[in-house]
Ligand binder design. Structure first.
Ligand SMILES: Cc1cc2nc3c(=O)[nH]c(=O)nc-3n(C[C@H](O)[C@H](O)[C@H](O)COP(=O)(O)OP(=O)(O)OC[C@H]3O[C@@H](n4cnc5c(N)ncnc54)[C@H](O)[C@@H]3O)c2cc1C
Length: 315
């Protein structure tokens, strides 16, 4: 049977979006031995062009806000390791978190895995992610200047991105598999008035091609069956976000939408495991809500770790 060692963490936080990093700041201020295991720093905030409703932050840039989150978390000595959590196991009251960066043990876990941008799952996509294929506009805007680019998607974000890109790129293909957009009319009309945006409706991407970087995409019209190759140097995939929970399968209760069920103290059905942010069954998905839940989750974890001795006053 495994036991605690000096390497055992008090808390491991999965994810470094607003929920995870808020939890980390609170954890470190309570001197908990804390590890943040995450695939990136900032989470969806990095994908956000403008964030104008986060209290106290007036700069607007999503990536700018993520930098502030990280700086504040590191100020209190948060240990952050980049890696993908693959599986979490619980035995004799201790958790083992298996990740691509190694296996780590902890007395409690906070899951803040949020949502991940959906992929098209077409040939060439995986190899070309980060080499011309992207789910983040903000980080790559400079690379679009004077280039032919494509956006795949039909929601508000895809259309807003098309409008932004029309100002930097030479040509923008907006590829959507239906004949109608899931966006408000005002935005659609704005994009229609951009002369360098070409709408490819009822169209799907079948393949992404390129030796070192993206060079072409193969697109098929679903009505006519016609296939054509588009010369593009960047493609932005904007087809929504998914919650991935494989790594806690069987440990926690989820709802019909596949989100982790939490009580108002962010406790899950598994003792010692807490969850916060977009990954939970809370009905709203916003950065400030995720941050608030991150704080709630760590205070609950602290109460759990101290067996409630210190839970009356939580500053
Ligand atoms: C385009 C866009 C615009 C938005 N605009 C706004 C806005 O204006 N205002 C607003 O308040 N909100 C906005 N949001 C929503 C907001 O960004 C999210 O609600 C918020 O980021 C959720 O925070 P989170 O910490 O729960 O999850 P996320 O931000 O999704 O972070 C999840 C973290 O978990 C990590 N992770 C996931 N799975 C694993 C794993 N298996 N192993 C290790 N790490 C993992 C990820 O790498 C990431 O660091 C927007 C979102 C998008 C995409």
């Amino acid at each position: 049977m495994r036991g605690m060692t000096e390497d055992t963490y008090d808390v491991i936080i999965v994810g470094a979006g607003p929920a995870g990093l808020t939890a980390a700041i609170y954890a470190r201020r309570r001197l908990l031995k804390t590890l943040v295991l995450t695939m990136d720093i900032g989470g969806q905030v990095v994908l956000t062009e403008n964030i104008e409703n986060y209290l106290g932050y007036t700069e607007k840039s999503g990536p700018g806000l993520a930098i502030i989150f990280e700086k504040q978390a590191r100020k209190y000595g948060t240990e952050i390791i980049i890696g993908e959590v693959k599986r979490i196991e619980k035995e004799s009251g201790l958790f083992t978190v298996h990740s691509s960066a190694g296996d780590f043990m902890s007395r409690s876990v906070i899951v803040t895995g949020g949502r991940m941008p959906r992929r098209l799952n077409v040939p060439g996509e995986e190899e070309l992610i980060g080499k011309g294929v992207s789910t983040s506009l903000t980080c790559n805007l400079d690379l679009t200047i004077g280039k032919n680019v494509a956006i795949v998607g039909g929601g508000n974000t895809a259309l807003q991105r098309a409008e932004v890109l029309s100002k930097t790129a030479a040509k923008v293909y907006l590829i959507h598999r239906r004949d109608q957009f899931r966006s408000d009319e005002v935005t659609v009309e704005k994009v229609r008035s951009c002369p360098n945006v070409e709408f490819l409706l009822n169209t799907v991407v079948e393949e992404m091609k390129g030796r070192k970087r993206l060079e072409k995409i193969a697109a098929k019209n679903l009505c006519t069956g016609e296939c054509k190759e588009l010369d593009v140097e960047m493609t932005f995939i904007d087809i929504g976000r998914d919650i991935k929970l494989d790594y806690v399968k069987g440990l926690v209760k989820t709802n019909e939408l596949g989100r982790i069920v939490v009580d108002k103290a962010c406790r899950t059905s598994c003792e010692g495991m807490f969850a916060a942010g977009d990954i939970t069954d809370f009905p709203y998905a916003q950065a400030i809500i995720a941050a608030g839940q991150g704080a709630t989750a760590i205070l609950s974890a602290y109460a759990y770790l101290t067996k409630g001795k210190d839970q009356k006053v939580c500053y």
